[in-house]
Design a binder for this molecule. Structure first.
Ligand code: ATP
Length: 238
């Protein structure tokens, strides 16, 4: 039944007020099954962030429907408690440790002190002893994994990551890949956006390729990388 489907998008469209007639997202439909790591891929302006912001209930679509575990998404929908999100630019207090920053966040969101879920999330983030160190000593890759640890703290069933590999070097990208794979291995579902196939290819089970607001290709990662060289060469060249 639909209650088992982490995400089902039907006929989604969004145009920004004041922007030209152009749709940021148009005719977008796809479905994500439990345990998948879905890569949302496309060049700058393809509509990835707009799509993810609609999934997070931050902005309303003009047309179409988003269902998360069978429930319609709208701002403030209760099912959003099952969704965790990483967006760029999460701020941390640099003089506090990683763990102290997460504790602050956890309490600020009105939850009791960190629990077993939080411990599992920290393990998945793979920061190890660095959690005890001040965030100002962290590399960019560690900061981004701390931000993702924050999104994972309650072990949400659906984890949405908007360009988590942005600005990372290849070893940091590999660590990020391992975090996503470990997270989904627990039967959870991950959606990750990127404008570079090479940065997410090895983390993803499935891909949705977007360009100018529309879906260009969708399917298991092996099928897409094999079939649509043209699209992917274009994307890789961005
Ligand atoms: P990027 O990789 O650059 O983040 P993206 O695939 O995430 O790109 P979006 O940010 O969703 O793409 O943008 C899709 C289109 O919507 C672009 O043409 C963009 O200029 C436009 N757009 C995005 N945000 C707004 C806004 N707040 N107001 C007006 N237009 C916007």
């Amino acid at each position: 039944g639909r209650a088992d489907v982490p995400l089902e998008i039907t006929g989604l469209a969004k145009r920004y007020a004041g922007a030209s007639d152009r749709y940021a997202v148009r005719d977008l439909s796809f479905r994500v099954e439990k345990g998948q790591v879905l890569g949302l891929l496309g060049p700058n302006g393809a509509g990835k962030t707009t799509t993810l912001r609609m999934l997070m209930g931050l902005i309303r679509p003009d047309e179409g429907e988003i269902r998360v575990f069978g429930h319609a998404i709208r701002p403030g929908a209760p099912v959003l408690s099952r969704v965790g999100a990483f967006v760029e630019g999460a701020g941390f207090l640099p003089h506090l440790s990683g763990r102290e920053n997460l504790d602050l966040y956890w309490r600020a969101t009105g939850r009791p002190a960190a629990d077993a879920h939080a411990e599992e999330a920290l393990e998945i983030a793979g920061l190890g002893d660095a959690l005890a160190r001040a965030v100002r000593t962290y590399s960019q890759g560690m900061r981004q994994r701390l931000a993702i640890a924050q999104a994972m703290l309650g072990l949400p069933d659906l984890l949405i990551l908007d360009e988590p590999t942005n600005g990372l070097d290849p070893p940091q990208i590999r660590e990020m890949r391992d975090v996503m794979i470990r997270y989904a291995a627990g039967g959870r579902t991950v959606i990750v956006s990127s404008h570079l196939l090479s940065e997410v290819e090895q983390s993803c089970t499935h891909l949705v390729v977007m360009d100018r607001g529309r879906l260009v290709q969708a399917g298991p990662v092996a099928e897409i990388t094999g079939e649509s060289d043209t699209v992917l060469v274009t994307l890789a060249g961005e």
